[in-house]
Design a protein around this ligand. Sequence first.
Ligand code: BYC
Length: 474
Amino acid sequence: MIDYTEKIPNNVDLGRDRGLQRALEHWQPAYMGWWYDMGPNESHNYEVYLRTAISVEADGWAQFDYVKMPEYRWGIFLQPRDEKREVNFGIHKGSPAWQEVPGEYRSTLRRVIVTQGDTEPASVEQQRLLGSSCPSMYDLRNIFQVNVEEGRHLWAMVYLLHRYFGRDGREEAEALLARRSGDADNPRILGAFNEPTPDWLAFYMFTFFTDRDGKFQLCALAESGFDPLSRTCRFMLTEEAHHMFVGETGITRIIKRTCEVMKENKLEDPSQVRALGVIDLQTIQRYLNFHYSVTLDLYGSDVSSNAANYFTNGLKGRFRETKLEDDHVLSEAEYPVYEVIGGKIVRKDVPALTALNERLRDDYIEEIADGVARWQRVIDEAGIPFKLTLPHKGFHRAIGNFAGRHISVNGEVLTAEAWKKREHEWLPSPADEKFVQSLMTGRVVEPGKFANWIAPPLRGINSKPLDFEYVRFN
Ligand code: BYC
């Protein structure tokens, strides 16, 4: 169980280690300062119907109640330790999982943990203004739930930094509160976390696409031979599921509403659809293309010696590593990657060990394709002849073999000029964004009401009705 009598709720017996407890209690006010500055705008007095973890057991971790977000019980929750757990891949395969950081991997592990930790506050910063244009009280509550849990994920990584990395760890924990999404001088580490999330269509796309990168990266880190990292990530994954649900259902509801309006009015032309105050499917496709491509970059280079080292040294595994049937060492295996040669995209088989980023990206793409197929079903059921598609993996990429190339959504290699000419057929234009934002100029917060551009969800949170007062504004 989690001890909520402590200043920092935890299930790691924090009170036993006074030095660590003091260090974290020192970081806590800095975190609160960051939350007040960069957390959801104007929200500090709202009482929000939030879930809070009460135990790390699979069936009983959530409790729902009204909470003022600055009073949310952020804490440190690790999945229970399995005494028999081993390192399951790489050169240390078969040795007991590490309870302390192996000296030789210290800086590499620290870097991975910092990179993971950096994304969490970044996403809160990216979303901080969205409360003022929410489409309903239900959605407002959901974004706040996502925000407090991203804050908790930051705590999860900061605990590891403080507990296992001494002074360097404490410095990194401070730096995590100092970087800012999109800041020219001190940006967040990874590309997608410096992009703005200016409207709710972008928010749902982000939680569908980018939070799912979170899932896949956390799954890979949950395989780590460094046991505290693994146990931390396992618990984080239970929270991540809700974030992806918010994204997937958010887009489903937007598509549903658009299709309803198209059918009722027998319209297909995007400008006529827009005139009725809903988001045309073409714009949804362009947002999809954008969020998919910037998220694909988050997996790193197709061929990466970093990724090979992480794996060989037992620090970061593959998606569902222990379920895979091979040697878990990858000394002989190959894996296909793609590159542009002579104006064509060609396949190249490389040592699988070096292609682990690409493999994780491919695992991710498979899951994404299933989600997009579920969205398509809504369009098909409405009888509307429109196909949502995933662009080619090389489209609009800034990291890896396709960086600097100009690949169309269908995978043709174009010149820079030809690509530029068609850019806004494929990616949202400033006019698209302006239109989407014009639908979201104020917030809809009367219980049970929803903005015109989105359908209500099928059910409320924690079996509450849709007109439940999910947020009290005080
Ligand atoms: N942007 O060998 P390479 C989440 C850098 S999301 C900028 O290709 P590697 C969440 C790279 O750092 C999950 N830079 O990459 C979601 C390296 O730099 P240095 C976050 C990039 O190391 C929503 C250089 O390029 N977790 O949790 O194999 C809401 C060459 O690197 C990018 C993780 O990412 C980029 N996109 O892999 C809230 C897990 N990509 O060292 C939360 C931890 C690469 O040359 N991170 N670079 O200066 C990792 O495992 C690895 O750092 C990466 C990169 C997979 C990201």
